[in-house]
Ligand binder design. Structure first.
Ligand SMILES: Nc1nc2c(c(=O)[nH]1)N[C@H]1C(S)=C(S)[C@@H](COP(=O)(O)OP(=O)(O)OC[C@H]3O[C@@H](n4cnc5c(=O)[nH]c(N)nc54)[C@H](O)[C@@H]3O)O[C@H]1N2
Ligand SMILES: Nc1nc2c(c(=O)[nH]1)N[C@H]1C(S)=C(S)[C@@H](COP(=O)(O)OP(=O)(O)OC[C@H]3O[C@@H](n4cnc5c(=O)[nH]c(N)nc54)[C@H](O)[C@@H]3O)O[C@H]1N2
Ligand SMILES: [Mo]
Length: 790
């Protein structure tokens, strides 16, 4: 039966008690008028519009996608679906999909064939390699393709062309997740399991609006809250999110003050002795340094910096300090900040000093956002090397060279792979002259859009955009390649609790659109990339052979996939890596018994200085952590770089609503989702609205030193002095027209600046002004928009 999942976003409760199994609830949605009897076949897949990894089957009728059904047997969702998955598949069937390649001729994009488009790309690459060398070529990919596609792209870029310039939009997303894990455990890899929700007695969410961004995980938490022995919830978020409303303690700090708050929580836990001495002595280094730094952050000091009542900080610390099974999650409220890594690391520190790791209910999720962000990182398409290999360790380079059968010197490793913000700088300076963008829409998602538009439009840049729609970015391209997407191609992907799912092809892509994997392989063949014995560098030709190649590359590394096959994935519903021949069922939790991946010879990273970002050297790391322990890293609080002023008195934060995914290329084309939140709004507090003479629904203008956006006011209990804009709205809208009036993309306003360690841009603090433009009288706000950020 089709329920209305716009008004009832989390569906019915299925309460359960601590330590028991989460009940099954199967969510199904089919096109109007169809029942399950009408479906010709169901094809196994998982969710593509967030990172939770909810398994679902795609309904096919007459060779078209007609709906979705959650997989009851799956370990992640037990049958449930997120609102965006319920409706979002309709975008696949949208009439305005790209169906042929396009090239720019005399200033306009015209239809062409694959031969012409690929020839133009390959000729340019060759010319640039001759004129300037590999540093002229850059790739900006995504967290939304499949593992097979990332691994192929990473092999082409690092092993074939020899460029360091390959990064994902994961830089905007989960670079800090990886960086924080590397700081504390010397390797990426999420310790926890979603089953920790079943056991935890305290769940702490740091800058993570899970209710709207991983709504099935929130359903699991809601069901625990509705059952016996409910957990206590700690929420750290300046907005009154749905999570905040269910919290035992809601801390609403000033944006950009997370480190001060975390230090005060750690201060309380350490001075009250709520720590696990035995665990620390056996498995952890750096305790004395941490204790020394946080000693300077009594709750009174943090209360002042963060503007949070001191009693609330004490109460939160007491709950965290008395938890028997503490589950912590971290996301963009911490990551998209000037001290992103420093703050996220303090959450790791919290679980480490409490000895709460590797046991049921004791997890850490440095959360992912995109469905396949974990794979971008594992496969080395994100400014890392494949298999969590350490670019700073010559033995790891030699090992990767062995896997690819190339010379170690052919893999550039004189410094870390280039991060995206630096790549954009190289475009600005004119040294990157071909930029290939796949599965991302930087003309809406990168900070300071006026600058980004100018860079992507540069005459000396050949911009290639591989997408499924003619996005804002594609409109600036020199070559547009039409891709097949989820449901139209086969591949695997991995969520934040290391669960690998297969997503099988259900229907044919439209027109001449091709799977990203085929496009990348075609490029490698045309460039004639070879290994050192003259064989083809890319020796695989389809998803399954690409998966086998990736497995070989992952062998012996933390993310070992060697025990997984397509067949096994199809017979079950989700396997957690590492999974090997000896460990065929996969691994529920990492770091049981305090065994880490942090041995100097094995680790992915030696870490970075949290303040400057300077890499720790091999020698320093060896001296510091010879025994492969976890590392507590302390950090002093530093104020945000751009603070409110007389001219710009507010702090602007940006983020999401449940109904839309990113730049809305899919959710804006699903009628229910589009109608729920068709246009941009700005959230501000009652007090701020009153003093600015703004009423609910009024049109307002928000300005920062970078630009201007107009949005309708939504008045809430957000903390005063802070305004919130969703970042989903680019110039594209469902009418297909580009509004010529003022902008509506939040990133018109954001700044070009990033965290020193993770290089993740700062989307969550900018100084801004807001004023009323016109009154709401006579206009109405769609129901979903009022609901959106309950
Ligand atoms: N509905 C929906 N779900 C999604 C996505 C989507 O676009 N739409 N995208 C997916 C992706 S890629 C990602 S990365 C995730 C992101 O998921 P989240 O991180 O949960 O989402 P955001 O809304 O970006 O930010 C979370 C919260 O950070 C708070 N915040 C802002 N500044 C601060 C601060 O200084 N300190 C603290 N403590 N909190 C602050 C905001 O008020 C916001 O509620 O969502 C994933 N899921
Ligand atoms: N102000 C502000 N800015 C932000 C954020 C924020 O919170 N605030 N969040 C940041 C975060 S966390 C993220 S993840 C980014 C997201 O930013 P983007 O990655 O730019 O956003 P998407 O709309 O997901 O873009 C994905 C593109 O891939 C296309 N696509 C979909 N499937 C396929 C496929 O199979 N193949 C190919 N080739 N293309 C496909 C889609 O049509 C779409 O154009 O935005 C970042 N920017
Ligand atoms: Mo993200």
């Amino acid at each position: 039966m089709n329920n209305n999942r716009i008004t009832d976003v989390w569906g019915a409760r299925t309460p359960y008690a601590a330590g028991t199994a989460w009940p099954v609830r199967v969510d199904t949605h089919l096109a109007e008028g169809l029942t399950e009897h009408d479906v010709d076949r169901w094809v196994q897949s998982a969710s593509i519009l967030h990172s939770n990894g909810d398994a679902l089957d795609i309904a096919v009728k007459d060779e078209r996608i007609v709906g979705v059904r959650g997989r009851a047997v799956d370990r992640v969702n037990h049958g449930r679906l997120d609102t965006k998955d319920v409706y979002g598949w309709q975008a696949n069937e949208s009439k305005d999909r790209l169906t042929t390649p396009l090239i720019r001729e005399n200033g306009t994009l015209v239809e062409t064939d694959w031969e012409t488009a690929m020839t133009r790309i390959v000729d340019t690459t060759r010319r640039l390699l001759e004129e300037q060398g590999p540093s002229a070529v850059g790739f900006h990919t995504t967290g939304q393709l499949f593992a097979e596609e990332y691994y192929t792209l990473a092999t082409i870029a690092h092993g074939g062309i020899g460029t360091k310039h390959l990064d994902g939009n994961t830089r905007l997303c989960t670079a800090t997740a990886a960086a924080a894990l590397k700081e504390s455990f010397a390797s990426d890899g999420q310790p926890g399991s979603y089953t920790d929700v079943d056991h935890a007695d305290v769940i702490a969410l740091f800058g993570h609006n899970v209710a709207e961004t991983q709504s099935v995980l929130w359903m699991r938490m809601l069901d625990r809250l509705a059952g016996d022995d409910p957990p206590q919830i700690i929420c750290v978020d300046p907005r009154p999110t749905p999570v905040a409303r269910h919290a035992t303690v809601h801390l609403a700090p000033r944006p950009g003050t997370n480190v001060a708050l975390m230090n005060a929580l750690l201060h309380e836990i350490i001075t009250n002795g709520w720590i696990d001495r035995d665990y620390i002595d056996a498995h952890v280094i750096g305790f004395d340094d941490l204790a020394k730094v946080v000693k300077e952050y009594p709750p009174e000091r943090a209360a002042e910096i963060c503007d949070v009542p001191v009693g609330q900080i004490r109460e939160a610390a007491r709950i965290l300090g008395h938890a028997q099974r503490l589950l912590s999650t971290v996301l963009q409220g911490f990551y998209q900040s000037h001290q992103a890594t420093a703050a996220a690391v303090q959450v790791n520190n919290l679980n480490l000093v409490r000895g709460m790791l590797g046991k049921p209910g004791c997890g850490i999720f440095q959360m992912n956002g995109q469905p396949t962000a974990q794979n971008t990182r594992e496969c080395g398409a994100d400014g890392d090397l494949p298999g969590f290999r350490n670019w700073n360790n010559p033995d790891h380079i030699a090992d990767l060279a062995r896997v690819w059968n190339v010379n170690p010197d052919d893999i550039p490793h004189y410094s870390a792979p280039t991060h995206l913000m630096q790549m954009m700088r190289y475009v600005e300076e004119g040294s990157i002259r071909q930029l290939w963008v796949s599965g991302t829409n930087p003309a809406v998602s990168l900070p300071e859009l006026a600058r980004i538009r100018a860079l992507l439009s540069k005459d000396d840049l050949q911009l290639i955009v591989q997408d499924i729609f003619l996005t804002e970015t594609a409109q600036l391209a020199d070559v547009v390649l039409p891709a097949a997407t989820w449901g139209e191609k086969t591949g695997t992907f991995t969520n934040v609790d290391r669960t690998v799912h297969i997503s099988d092809k259900a229907v044919e892509p439209p027109g001449e659109a091709k799977p990203d994997l085929e496009i990348f392989i075609d490029y490698a063949r045309r460039l004639d990339l070879r290994d050192k014995d003259g064989g083809p560098l890319i020796s695989w030709s389809d998803p399954e052979s690409a998966f086998e190649a990736w497995k070989a590359c992952s062998r012996g590394r933390p993310c070992d996939y060697t025990g997984i096959t397509y067949d096994k994935l199809r017979r079950g519903s989700g396997i957690q890596w590492p999974c090997t021949e000896d460990n065929p069922d996969g691994t529920e939790r990492l770091y049981r018994d305090g065994a880490f991946f942090s041995d100097p010879d094995y680790c992915e990273s030696y870490g970075r200085d949290l303040e400057t970002g300077a890499p720790v050297t091999a020698t320093e790391y060896r001296a510091m952590n010879p025994d492969a322990k976890a590392i507590l890293r302390a950090a002093e609080y530093i104020p945000p770089h751009e603070l409110p002023s007389e001219e710009y008195p507010f702090q602007l934060i940006t983020g999401r609503t449940i109904y839309h995914f990113h730049t809305r290329t899919k959710t804006g084309r699903a009628p229910e989702l589009n109608h729920a939140a068709p246009e941009v709004w700005v959230e501000l507090s009652t007090a701020d609205a009153r003093s600015a003479g703004i009423q609910d629904g009024d049109l307002t203008e928000i300005t920062t030193p970078r630009g201007l956006v107009q949005a309708k006011a939504r008045i809430t209990d957000i903390r005063s002095g802070v305004i919130f804009l969703p970042f989903h709205y680019g110039y594209w809208d469902t009418t297909g027209s580009a509004p010529d009036g003022p902008g509506r993309a939040a990133n018109e306003l954001t700044l070009t600046d990033w965290d020193p360690a993770s290089k993740q841009p700062i989307f969550k603090t900018a100084a801004a002004a807001i004023r009323r433009v016109s009154s709401a009288a006579g206009t109405s706000v769609p129901a979903g928009m009022k609901e959106g950020s309950r």
